[in-house]
Design a protein around this ligand. Structure first.
Ligand SMILES: NC(=O)c1ccc[n+]([C@@H]2O[C@H](COP(=O)([O-])OP(=O)(O)OC[C@H]3O[C@@H](n4cnc5c(N)ncnc54)[C@H](OP(=O)(O)O)[C@@H]3O)[C@@H](O)[C@H]2O)c1
Length: 326
């Protein structure tokens, strides 16, 4: 990908020199000795014609993540998930976002294996669920996920939410998993600023990614700006508003103007915001449709119109606002 801009580059000192135990405040990660290293390369406005489905964003740990992927929440284990992942991979998707909670990691793993695409060319994301918090439980839950996926490593392991107790010891275990090479990157999901600030107090390692609900109707500007400052990439979930705003007149008008579908307008907005975008579909025609967003651009005026749609519309539980429990 050309035209990359490194916002602020502080080269990690050493990716290998990392020690960690149960107490997060004793977690040392020399890659992050300069606290909260900001190595976060983006394509400015992602409007260059050469941005495509294979384009990647460089995270604060140097790992490259595809800017576009398939989410598989609510895709049934077995045929439904396998077909969706297979279709996505055949159509150029190179990131799959699953979770222990979704109960389809095994199907994701099988589809990846059957695709014959080299493992290193596919970016696999899975998540630690709320029931599995604590140092030892996190390590055990990760091993279970790895077994189900049938891979030797996970590209990005996310803490699914900040809601439970023991977040700090779970994070410490995730740092250890990265140290062991079982995970390439670690991150969080549904974290608000107050959660991230607590993490910062207790660990020298900040997340590479915060996966949160974001679309024009819920822009989470405060969290997004905080994450930008801290070099944490935003992975936007429910980018299609789970289909609930696809018939909004403004979205339809922009779609008509570009001879695109409302879904494609929401996804293109997400890409041009420099978010990592993971729409879910189990239908092959929609999987193809959702990926067909790299042949047009939204103008600054279009982006401003879409930015004007903020209304705090949330499709899921507001875990991002829950109090910190430690
Ligand atoms: N970290 C978290 O807490 C969290 C929470 C929610 C989601 N996520 C992740 O983010 C992914 C995406 O979010 P999401 O699944 O909540 O919602 P979404 O991607 O915004 O929307 C998915 C819904 O839209 C439909 N759809 C897909 N493409 C469409 C199109 N072109 N036209 C019309 N409808 C379309 C899908 O139905 P069909 O399948 O029938 O096409 C499905 O009902 C999830 O799968 C998951 O990986 C994470």
């Amino acid at each position: 990908m050309t035209n990359l801009i490194v916002i602020l580059l502080i080269v990690p000192l050493s990716l290998a020199d990392e020690t960690c135990n149960r107490d997060a405040d004793k977690c040392e990660d020399n890659a992050f000795k300069v606290k909260h290293t900001k190595l976060y390369s983006i394509t400015p406005s992602r409007s260059e014609p050469d941005v495509n489905i294979s384009s990647a964003l460089t995270l604060n740990d140097g790992v490259k993540i595809p800017i576009f992927g398939l989410g598989v929440y609510q895709a049934g284990s077995g045929v439904e998930t396998k077909n969706a992942v297979r279709c996505a991979l055949e159509n150029g998707y190179r990131q799959i976002d699953t979770a222990a909670r979704y109960k389809n990691e095994d199907s994701v793993g099988e589809a990846i294996k059957e695709s014959k695409i080299p493992r290193e060319d596919i970016f696999v994301v899975t998540k630690l669920y709320d029931d599995d918090h604590g140092f030892d439980k996190t390590l055990a839950a990760f091993n279970k996920s790895l077994g189900k996926l049938g891979t030797e490593y996970v590209d990005l392991y996310l803490m699914h939410s900040p809601v439970p107790d023991n977040v700090i010891s779970s994070w410490s275990a995730m740092v250890k998993l990265r140290q062991q090479g079982l995970v390439r990157s670690i991150g969080v999901s549904n974290f608000g600023i107050h959660h991230l600030e607590e993490l910062k107090k207790h660990s020298t390692v900040m997340p590479s990614v915060n996966q949160i609900e974001v679309h024009p109707f819920l822009q989470e500007s405060d969290v997004v700006n905080y994450c930008k400052e801290e070099g944490i990439a935003i992975q936007a979930y429910s980018p299609l508003t789970r289909g609930k705003k696809l018939d909004h007149p403004t979205i339809k008008a922009v779609a008509d103007k570009h001879v695109k579908t409302p879904a494609q307008i929401l996804l293109r907005w997400c890409i041009q915001k420099n978010y990592i975008c993971i729409p879910k579909s189990s239908q092959s025609s929609r999987i193809v449709e959702n990926a067909s967003i790299f042949d047009f651009q939204l103008s600054t005026e279009d982006m401003n119109v879409l930015d004007g749609l903020e209304e705090g519309f949330r499709t899921g539980r507001p875990k991002i606002q829950e109090p910190w429990k430690g």
